[in-house]
Each structure stands twice: as structure tokens, then as C-alpha cells.
Design a protein around this ligand. Structure first.
Ligand SMILES: CSCCC(=O)/C(O)=C/O
Ligand SMILES: [Fe+2]
Length: 179
């Protein structure tokens, strides 16, 4: 099963709303893969002992993991962090997130610089490639619990747009050629 993704409208209204176009313009898993975005659906009820998750971690080299609970009562500096997550940015490494509970949105830019909204809920594991411009927001339920995975020691540094001079950005754009 895939995840739901769609092109966003350009309204400045509450970031937590779906922001679908009318009529909706959905994207397929293949469309997302062409941007380097990959998805797995797992059973989050058994994440502590899930052989499928173990297999992915082993194959992809996701040696690091921690869990973040994004809710006003659990996350220190909740408002500031949410603001930061919603600033358009890139990372020098892949961003790998597994939703264990609740739901949230990841927004990514397509090749024409249009925003795509990806709806994530319990059991969705997503990888965003290094160098892709993206952002994150909670939805109107205001809660999610996510596993953060990383190859080796984690580097959380986000570079806000514009960050076009980074080699990783150029490499990412080159990877889109012909896809
Ligand atoms: C679901 S983890 C919080 C979001 C985050 O770490 C990030 O980098 C968003 O782009
Ligand atoms: Fe990010």
C-alpha cells in the first residue's frame, strides 16, 4: 500500500490543513520515486521486534535510531521546533522517518519547484534523499511519534533555502536528469 500525496495549493492558511487543489492532483508512488522519495509500510505495533524493520535497517545500513514525540507536552521548545521544521531546507544526508503513532505531513519540491504534500500515518516509513528541499508539519491532530533513522552518527543540521551551492544539492539535481 502506498501513501497519499498531492500537489498543494498556494494558500497561506494554517500549515496543518491538507492544502489540496480543487480538483485534487494526486501523485503516485512512482512519481515520488522519480524524485528519490521511497516508502515502506510496516506494522508499527511491533516496531520493537519487527523482523521487517530489522531487515530494512540492515540492508540500508540504518545503524542509528531514536524516537521523537512531537506534541506540545512532550517536546521541549515545541513551537520553535515546529517553526524550524516548516522552514524549507535540505540536509547533507538522507532523512529517514518512521511514523509509530499519530500523523504528519512531509512536503517536498518537485522538479518544477512545486510543493508536493505527503501524508504520513502510523506504519509509514519514508526516505527523503540528501539535497532535496523539504519541510515538515504536524496536521490538525497536533501529534506524532516518529522513529528517526540514520546511517552512522546522526547529523541533524538543516540548511535553509537557498542552499544551492552545496555539492549534495548539485548531485541531487543531477540525479533527477532523465528520471
Ligand atoms: C518527524 S521528525 C521531525 C522533522 C525533522 O526532523 C525534519 O528534518 C524535517 O524535515
Ligand atoms: Fe528535514
Amino acid at each position: 500500500m502506498g501513501i497519499e500525496a498531492w500537489y498543494m495549493d498556494s494558500s497561506d492558511e494554517d500549515q496543518r490543513k491538507p492544502h489540496k487543489l480543487n480538483p485534487n492532483q494526486p501523485l503516485s508512488m512512482e512519481d515520488l520515486q522519480k524524485l528519490g522519495v521511497y516508502h515502506w509500510k510496516l506494522n508499527a505495533d511491533i516496531y520493537e521486534s519487527d523482523p521487517e524493520l530489522e531487515k530494512i535497517r540492515k540492508e540500508q545500513g540504518y545503524s542509528y535510531m531514536d524516537i521523537i514525540t512531537i506534541h506540545k507536552d512532550t517536546l521541549p521548545n515545541y513551537e520553535d521546533k515546529l517553526k524550524m521544521f516548516f522552514e524549507e531546507h535540505l540536509h547533507l544526508d538522507d532523512e529517514i522517518r518512521y511514523i509509530l503513532d499519530g500523523q504528519a505531513y512531509f512536503d517536498v519540491r518537485d522538479k518544477e519547484d512545486r510543493w508536493i504534500r505527503i501524508s504520513m500515518s502510523k506504519g509509514d516509513l519514508i526516505t527523503l534523499p540528501a539535497g532535496i528541499y523539504h519541510r515538515f508539519t504536524l496536521d490538525e491532530t497536533n501529534y506524532t511519534k516518529a522513529m528517526r533513522l540514520f546511517v552512522g552518527e546522526p547529523v541533524w543540521k538543516a540548511y535553509n533555502r537557498p542552499a544551492d551551492d552545496f555539492d549534495i544539492r548539485k548531485k541531487y539535481l543531477a540525479s533527477l536528469q532523465g528520471s
